[in-house]
Write a protein that binds this ligand. Structure first.
Ligand code: NAD
Ligand code: TYD
Length: 357
């Protein structure tokens, strides 16, 4: 099994990255240091790691820098003697990519290239570049079938196209220069610290506040939902145990239509919020069907049997308890919610969505 001394976690102040840092420090087999490298875009929040900073002291470092800046990437790798990169940093929201695609190519493709170059420059001391990717690179499924490691790439959105580009670059660096790499392609995550532009936290917070719940189209699109902690456990397992060059698909075997996700969230907020809506109506009455997302992928579903077979991985959270805990987390972290909503995000969302939110 691989052991790492100095892990550079790009995007560690974001949703999955911050959960991953917490997961790694909880693992008894890890005694090294984590260096979070994050530009703190609208989606990044340094306070997502306050507990880690307090608990881990000298084993945790934070570098406020941008992966588009090749010199800053190279300097951090040298300074902290990095032997492993886990690459989460990305522009991650499909709707945003439809409006501002250039930023997705700059960060997701060119930023990844900078990291790969810097990893290569580390030479023999470098152990692993783990690339965190998405099932969206495979495109859209019909009513049956699953994505797996052998599914051809067919991305539709600027987001998924940029992630596909980064996946190809990672594999090219292995094939061309022998860089040790692994890749995971995961389905939709839910859990604590997710930025409230994504479906689940947006619906929780709007439902709590009695605001409209915008469901795109008929709400019949299907996503495969996985708790973020299960994703993080899968990444750590692959990093330690997978053969160089391998790809693993990660999913929850938990397909749900968007309308059903929103109904589940509404029922949980009704049950768990301190007060009902002033009208007394159930939160599901707040649903409004709005214009569909252009190029909206119909269905994602993952066959994760390779991960199950090779490592015995399986999710620890089921959807029932996972969604309940997640809703409770947002209801009990009002300060976090306020802090992310007062940032640049709020200005961007107001400019682009007006009264739809
Ligand atoms: P996020 O938007 O919550 O976090 C992204 C983080 O990257 C933020 O902290 C942000 O500040 C940072 N960042 C963005 N641009 C940067 C730049 N140029 N330089 C340095 N830092 C930068 O995203 P997330 O949901 O945590 O996703 C993390 C990764 O996981 C992404 O690569 C995404 O494609 C992938 N992924 C996400 C999901 C999901 O459901 N959220 C599923 C599968 C894969
Ligand atoms: P999202 O959380 O943006 O993740 P992704 O697009 O990466 O799957 O969206 C999940 C699903 O929910 C997707 O089918 C789009 C839909 N959706 C809505 O219906 N309304 C919303 O306000 C949002 C943000 C998403």
């Amino acid at each position: 099994m691989r052991q790492f001394q100095n892990i550079l976690v790009t995007g560690g102040a974001g949703f999955i990255g911050s959960n991953f840092v917490r997961h790694v420090f909880s693992r008894p087999e890890f005694s090294g240091r984590v260096v979070v490298f994050d530009a703190l875009t609208y989606a990044g929040n340094r306070h997502n790691l306050d507990d880690v900073a307090a608990a881990e002291g000298g084993r945790y470092e934070f570098v406020h820098a941008d992966i588009r800046d090749a010199a800053a990437v190279g300097a951090a790798m040298e300074k902290f003697d990095v032997d492993c990169v886990v690459h989460f940093a990305a522009e991650s929201h499909v709707d945003r990519s439809i409006r501002e695609p250039a930023a997705f190519v700059e960060t997701n493709v060119l930023g990844t290239l900078n990291l790969l170059q810097a990893a290569r420059a580390r030479g023999g001391a470098f152990k692993l570049f783990h690339h965190v990717s998405t099932d969206e690179v495979f495109g859209s499924l019909g009513p049956t079938g699953f994505f797996s490691e052998t599914t051809p790439y067919a991305p539709h959105s600027p987001y998924s196209a940029s992630k596909a580009g980064s996946d190809h670059l990672v594999r090219a660096f292995r094939d061309t220069y022998g860089l040790p790499v692994t890749i995971t392609n995961c389905s939709n995550n839910y859990g604590p610290y997710q930025f409230p532009e994504k479906l689940v936290p947006l619906m929780v917070l709007n439902a709590l506040e009695g605001k409209p719940l915008p469901v795109y189209g008929e709400g019949l699109n299907v996503r495969d939902w996985l708790h973020v902690e299960d994703h993080c456990a899968a990444i750590w397992t692959v990093m330690r145990r997978a053969a160089e060059g391998e790809t693993y698909c990660v999913g929850g075997r938990c397909e749900m239509r968007n309308a059903d996700v929103v109904a589940r969230v509404c029922a949980l907020v009704d049950a768990l919020a301190p007060a009902p809506l002033p009208s007394g109506a159930p939160r599901s009455s707040l649903v409004v069907h709005v214009a569909d997302r252009p190029g909206h992928d119909r269905r994602y579903a993952i066959d994760c049997s390779k991960l199950e077979r090779d490592f015995g991985w399986k999710p620890a959270h089921d959807a029932e308890s996972g969604f309940r805990e997640t809703v409770l987390w947002y209801l009990s972290h009002a300060e976090w919610v306020d802090s992310v909503r007062t940032g640049a995000y709020r200005e961007w969302i107001d400019r682009n969505y007006g009264d739809r939110r």
